[in-house]
Design a protein around this ligand. Sequence first.
Ligand code: PMT
Length: 404
Amino acid sequence: MTVSNTSHVCLIVTGGIAAYKAPDLVRRLREAGCEVKVVMTRAAQAFVRPLTFQAVSGQPVHTDLLDPAAEAAMGHIELARWADVVVVAPASADFLARLTAGFAEDLASALCLATTAPVLVAPAMNHRMWMHPATQHNLSTLVSRGVHCVGPDAGAQACGETGPGRLVEPDQILSAVRALRPGAETPGALAGVHVLMTAGPTYEPIDPVRVLTNRSSGKMGYAVARAACAAGARVTLVSGPTALAAPENLRVVSVVTAAEMYAAVMAEVANAEIFIATAAVADYTLEAPADHKVKKHTETLTLTLRPTQDILAAVAARPMPPFTVGFAAETQHLLEYARAKLTGKGLDMVAANLVGQPGTGFDAEENELQVVWLGGEQALARAPKAGLAHALITLIAERYRARG
Ligand code: PMT
């Protein structure tokens, strides 16, 4: 895979056992046509010697912020200007925290602050450290600031435990660098992919003036749609009634009822590579909505409801389904119900949120997600919906690519 003949990649290696894989990454980047300069943190040097990177990169290795060999002794500025892409692989929990806080006490962190090049992090750490809310919050913050993230993978770890936290394979990092290189046609992890989405509530008419609906504002779905666009996807957003402005650069198909949403999705799905069901679709609709306003004649009023079609289940049941991501809004047993939806409906991924509590979920500015797929899960810590949506899209792109 050729990246570019002129791409300058600055690779920051931080301290973790996965540092032993970084020399192979350097080799692969060079094979792909990149010039690679390596920066090592002090902890990284405990795992791999700088001489190894010097040999594989064919360049001196940079370890000190105050470097007498650098022009004007400002190595971080020179490297920051030189780099077309800055890659941090492996990115330790500590380094992600320092990046989030904006520290600049060593060469690696100062370089990340000083550069205008895209920064790509490939986290690698023990799965509990990865799942810790502090690490997840740091990553959400970084992603919301425009830092790109690839991985981690789930599986057996060097510590003997199993879970998410393994450094992704060099090929995946190479693909991510490729999408960020100068002159890339469309930057981003979903370049050229058609993403079909649903968002917002549905209205099920009782009569011409009243509806059955729910508290969905559409904010989560619209944020996910924007993040997919920012990742280079071509997005079709099937939206129930919301008060939100239509996001730019994507096609919005406006619907009102669950039946209309079903029809709009089915009309588009054959061309979609990814389907994300963020909408809060009514599970029931009126058997027979009244033609005229229902008058207040009786003490009680009984409405007869029938189930709506499950859009998500119908998409997943297609012979050649797109990569299908469902949401799950639950008030209890979040992971248990999310996993049941994943396997019950045959989905590729479920993003589950707790609803019914203040500050997150329906009609809130922030949210918090537990994302599950077969063989893995990741917590996306509480963050503004825009930042969270970027983290979710990064994860969807990784799993979509991993499915092949
Ligand atoms: O819109 P906001 O105010 O920002 O709030 C965001 C949100 C809380 C609505 C969102 O994060 C969310 O959880 N959306 C899914 C809500 C929901 O209906 O969850 P559910 O557990 O009832 O449904 C499971 C999945 O099936 C969802 O992906 C839903 O879109 C889908 N579904 C449900 C019923 C149906 N008839 N067709 C469907 O496709």
